[in-house]
Design a protein around this ligand. Structure first.
Ligand code: 5RP
Length: 224
């Protein structure tokens, strides 16, 4: 199976996971990226079965709206039973690196509001130790050089993602050569640097369910 077929398989599996729980007043949290896009496409035909969504990026919001699915401001929404999103890396504790698509901050905010985070990923995203994928850090533009110097002190090789402006008007630094032994501690440590908006470690609030696409089928891991 190709990577795209594995992504499609986990998008199908996520639909099966949430479909029995859809009610007229359900608002879903929706992630960003190619795997999330496949999930969004499969939500289209179900649009009359639930109230709408909160999107983690302008790109996902547009894709949802193009399918006739309502997108609400997070501040106007009460409970969000499920947040469905991809990952750049995921470990056995369902800690993740996210933000390859620069949407990490809104992803983290919507995930924080959700009762259950369902991570959908092809098998290539599974790792024993996080860090092979460069860890994204969203920064306030004027703080970029300062934050980069602080990241060097933590052992990272920070590289400014040229030409990228986040949906929040900020910039992204990617941390190369930065293997992470304690994702919960490192997430907090980086977030404590002045000028950091957030970083792409999703560990203090990891996923609750992982749907991982493998050649022999979708593997489901549920921690909660
Ligand atoms: C975007 C993300 C994505 O979830 C992550 O980059 C995975 O993307 P894809 O599904 O395209 O592999 O965090 O900011």
């Amino acid at each position: 199976m190709t990577q795209d077929e594995l992504k499609a398989a986990v998008a199908d599996a996520a639909i099966k996971e949430i479909e029995p729980h859809l009610e007229k007043d359900t608002v879903l949290g929706i992630g960003t990226g190619s795997t999330a896009n496949l999930f969004i496409d499969r939500l289209g035909p179900l649009r009359d079965r639930f109230k709408g969504t909160v999107a983690s990026s302008e790109a996902s919001a547009k894709r949802l709206q193009d399918l006739g699915i309502e997108v609400f401001e997070l501040n106007s929404v009460g409970s969000i039973p499920f947040y469905i999103d991809g990952a750049d890396e995921v470990n056995a504790q369902l800690h993740m690196i996210k933000g390859g698509g620069a949407a990490l901050t809104r992803e983290k905010i919507v995930a924080a509001c959700a009762e259950r985070f369902i991570c959908i990923a092809d098998g290539s995203k599974e790792v024993a130790r996080l860090g092979n994928f460069p860890l994204p850090v969203e920064v306030i533009p004027m703080a970029r050089s300062y934050v980069a110097r602080e990241l060097v002190k933590l052992g990272a090789d920070p590289v400014y993602r040229q030409g990228v402006v986040t949906d929040n008007g900020n910039q992204i630094i990617d941390c190369f050569d930065f293997m992470i032994d304690d994702p919960v501690a490192m997430e907090a440590r980086i977030n404590a640097i002045v000028g950091v908006v957030t970083n792409g470690l999703f560990a203090s609030r990891g996923a609750d369910v992982l749907l991982l696409g493998k050649a022999d089928g979708v593997e489901r891991t549920a921690l909660r």
